[in-house]
Each structure stands twice: as structure tokens, then as C-alpha cells.
Design a protein around this ligand. Sequence first.
Ligand code: BG6
Length: 296
Amino acid sequence: MTLEQIISKSRSDALKIHRLDNPSGLKVLKFETPKASLVFHLQGAHVTSFIPRGASDLLWLSPMADFIPGKAIRGGIPVCWPWFGKHSNTDLPQHGFARNSLFQLLDVQATAGDGVIITLELNSSDETQVMFPYAFNLKVELTLSTSLTIKLITTNLSDRPLPLSQAIHSYLNISNIHQIKLNGLAEYSFMDQLSGKTHKETRNSITFAEETDRIYHLNNAQLLVDDSTRRIVIEQQGDNSTVVWNPWIDKSQRMSDFADDGYLEMLCIEAANTGNNLLLQPGDSYELSQTIGLEK
Ligand code: BG6
């Protein structure tokens, strides 16, 4: 089915779908339900806005983001896949190629209670084989209700094991980095990517006063971002790590698609599989998900 056919088939009184295509050629869709609205780009299956009804956006999008085919968008929810961070071959892009690749819209299904599940997919091709010599199918499932769940479903279609690391790299929209607290990571060990050292988190509530780039080691994280005016709840499944990132002042200034003071308004909380222990056997699938919503 074409994009237009999927859109017209799924339109209903409770679900409104609009195309907001970008002048540089990016295809962008907005979904509105009685409970929330969602904007995503087909490039990267990249969500750039999630607004529960009556609230302000839970996601941060850089006002200086580039919306150009082939370039990752700064903000929203980049999908880092099939590797997280730098590749040992430095010619290959940081955080993999999925966030720069064009996905296909596969399906839109209404769910009970005015929800909707949107499925996008990326398949291996001659182009991906050059960077990642495996046959695969990656589905990104977006479940929109009062919360948003992003699920990555990777299937190994090769005849040999497929190594995978990945992250759902969510940029949360916060009032001020100096005022928020992050709960749910106490007692877990973390790798400080800035020093290369491993420590144990001692704080029940993490506050921020400097550049932060940490990989916390835990499974199925349940986190709370306590902001001055609201509390954002995050639930993850299939993860072995949670990445917490804020670039602070100097790094914000070095990034061309980031305002100098942009670091004040965002915090990345990433559901991830880091390290090299995830090996998908031929025919097997693996699911990683993150749910973001306001505390009820
Ligand atoms: C985080 C990494 O996941 O992503 C950071 O831990 C990195 O080290 C950040 O700076 C942003 O990466 P990028 O490639 O989107 O600039």
C-alpha cells in the first residue's frame, strides 16, 4: 500500500492524520487523537513531537535542527541502530545508519480507547550491506495513547549471528536543567564516558551541574524526571543500559545544530543495549522499548 492509501484507510473521527512535509523533501506525518498528538519523520522513523492533550511537548527539538535528507535531526527521538556510539571503523557514522535512513510506513492500527499503533520498517539493502553485512528487518512501532511507547524490533534474516547495540535516544523537554531531578538509578554502576571510569551511583535523586555522559548498567529501568511543574515517567524493556546525556555549555557551543544555551532545556534519557554481548541468532528477533508519559 502507498503512504496515501495507508493514511486514508486509517483516518477516522478519532484519528486525524496530516502531512507536514518539509521543503527539503523530508516526509513528515502528524497524528492527532483525543488523547495526544505525535509528529514523526519517515527518515529515521524519527519522532520530533509528542504532546499529551493539555500538556506541552514532552520532547525537545533543537530550534537549530537541520531537516535535510541524510542528516540526523537534533532532538526528538533518534533511533541509534545497529550500533550505539562510535563504530570501530571511524568512517562509519556514530550511532549507526538507521537515523539517516528512509523508513517505510507499514501499518496504522487503531486500538481500544482512542489509541493508535504506527509501524514503520527498514530492510537491509545493498547500501546497508556495505556498512553492516547482515540481512535484517527493523520495525519501529509507535504506540500513541496518553503515553508514547517506542519499540524497536530487530529480526536477523542472515544465516549467521547478528551483533547488535542500539538506543532509543529521547531528548526530553525540561524547564531548566538546574532544577530537575532524575530518580531511579541509585545503587547502579555507570560508565562515565567523559573519564572512561566506572562508578556506583549513590544519589537517589540525580541533579545536574556539569556535562554528563553516562551509561548506567541496569535492565528494565523505571525512571522519573521530577521537573518543577510536572513529572515525566519513563519505563523501559529489553534494555541493558540507560544513557544519560547533557552536553552542557562547551559542547553545546561546538555543535552547529544546537543553540549555545540549548543544554538548559533538554536532557537525554536513552533506553539502550550497549556493549557487545547482544548477538541475534539467525531468524531470531529482539525487542527494546521505552515508554514516556506524564505521571498520573
Ligand atoms: C549520546 C552519547 O548517546 O549521544 C554522547 O552518549 C553523544 O557521547 C550524544 O555526544 C549525541 O550524539 P550525536 O551523534 O547525536 O551528536
